[in-house]
Design a protein around this ligand. Structure first.
Ligand SMILES: *[C@@H]1O[C@H](CO)[C@@H](O)[C@H](O)[C@H]1NC(C)=O
Ligand SMILES: *[C@@H]1O[C@H](CO)[C@@H](O)[C@H](O)[C@H]1NC(C)=O
Ligand SMILES: *[C@@H]1O[C@H](CO)[C@@H](O)[C@H](O)[C@H]1NC(C)=O
Length: 403
């Protein structure tokens, strides 16, 4: 009896195994495109459905700055947004989803590298989105350069172990947000750092520091050449179509559970990318403001006139209404006692300062309010390579100015 039972059980098991392998091998291959198409279309349909904005040109309570990496967004943040919003109005810096805390009740400004899926955490109809876009090719160059540049800072250390340990200690000490906490740099920089050290070790083992160069983007012995970088799975995952995925909310940092399947499907079947593009375009249409890195002057001016003007009048209106409330109810006073309305900006002042920043950006690129242009970065990389990537970038800039 036992023997029969075993045969039965074993054959059942075999059958199940066989079935499983058929399912795993045959059917997905056959139906994968159909499945992907359904997944992507369903996502696109529900995404477009949420995009009904009537008053998209009116600034809402919360301003969400969707910061696409390497578009010059830092300039907007430091030079413009920080002037418009006082510290107390800034939502906790969210450059990584773990840090996001939407509970800070009074926050009015959110700046982050997170993608559009962040909107699922925000009150949709009370949020205005702004962003800056850049020519995708330039953005990819810049991403590559920045990855190398930040990783190269660690080469002051004798070896990778000590570099990694030091970075860990610094981050524990620092209270601000480090580049290494920020998506996508938290993946790209450690990866490049490991690669830089490996190449340096190889050079040392060879016992020669002579390097043959065929241009800044192909310094094989010192750092990963551009063509190699952009063909890695990491770059495919994070860098390719980065801005589109960010606006679509489909980056690998997305909050949406289904986004990862959608992204994989689109990467596999490029034709499905059309749906992503439609969603991204629709979202851009509905944003309060979209700047272009290449058209910096026009973009900055438009930012002052569209976003700046509305922030200023919104702040004034809310200051006035709160004053009224405060007069009626003295208990409310404690809520107003912080520096919320310290920045009493005049629109003319603001427009003036935006154009000044624009000029400063052109004249003095070492300022905090800088737009790093591709051209400048190329020089930097060239300097970096001639110095065998031993010095800190800051020192390199000084060196460059001397030359
Ligand atoms: C790395 O450098 C540190 C500091 O000089 C040294 O103490 C350590 O032994 C080195 N580790 C390796 C694996 O070479
Ligand atoms: C995002 O990409 C990085 C680098 O390829 C990878 O390490 C990480 O696991 C990815 N995250 C998700 C959710 O896919
Ligand atoms: C650029 O700005 C920095 C900081 O304000 C200043 O120290 C430096 O002299 C300026 N450089 C030029 C070329 O104006």
């Amino acid at each position: 009896m036992r023997w029969v039972a075993c045969i039965l059980r074993c054959s059942m098991l075999l059958m199940l195994l066989g079935l499983a392998s058929i399912l795993a091998n045959a059917s997905p291959i056959k139906n994968d495109f159909g499945h992907c198409e359904r997944v992507v279309k369903k996502w696109a349909f529900s995404s477009l459905d949420q995009e009904v904005k009537e008053d998209r040109h009116t600034l809402q309570d919360l301003l969400f700055f969707l910061h696409v990496p390497r578009t010059g967004g830092r300039t907007y943040f430091h030079c413009f947004l920080k002037k418009l919003y006082s510290k107390s109005l800034e939502c906790p810096r969210s450059y990584d989803k773990l840090r996001f805390d939407p509970r800070k009740p009074k926050c009015r400004l959110l700046v982050t590298h997170d993608d559009y899926s962040m909107m699922s955490k925000l009150p949709n109809h009370r949020t205005s989105v702004v962003t800056i876009l850049r020519n995708p090719v330039d953005r990819v160059f810049s991403t590559y350069e920045f990855s190398v540049e930040v990783a190269a800072r660690f080469l002051v250390h004798p070896n990778l172990t000590s570099a990694t340990q030091m970075a860990g200690r610094l981050r524990a000490k620092m209270r601000g947000v480090s580049t290494l906490d920020i998506w996508p740099w938290k993946y790209l920089v450690p990866w490049m750092r490991e690669d830089l050290f490996a190449r340096r070790d190889a050079r040392r083992q060879k016992g020669s520091d002579d390097t043959k160069s065929s241009g800044s983007y192909d310094m094989n012995e010192i750092f990963m050449p551009l063509h190699e970088y952009i063909n890695t799975p990491m770059a495919h995952d994070i860098v390719h179509n980065g801005a589109t995925f960010q606006v679509a909310g489909l980056t690998n940092n997305s909050y949406l559970a289904e986004s990862h399947e959608v992204r994989h499907c689109v990467q596999k079947y490029k034709i499905l990318g059309e749906h992503v593009l439609q969603v991204a375009k629709k979202r851009l249409d509905n944003m309060l403001y979209v700047g272009l890195t290449e058209e910096h002057k026009e973009s900055a001016t438009m930012f002052a006139n569209v976003v700046g003007a509305q922030v200023i009048s919104q702040r004034r209106a809310s200051a006035m209404s709160l004053e009224n409330v405060a007069n009626e109810n003295s208990e409310q006073n404690s809520l107003l006692s912080d520096s919320e309305f310290e920045n009493d900006y005049d629109l003319d002042d603001f427009v003036h300062s935006t154009s000044q920043v624009y000029l400063l950006v052109l004249q003095n690129r070492t300022l905090c309010c800088q737009i790093l242009s591709l051209k400048m970065m190329t020089t930097r990389i060239a300097v970096l390579t001639t110095m065998q990537v031993r010095l800190l970038p800051l020192k390199m800039v000084k060196q460059r100015n001397k030359i």
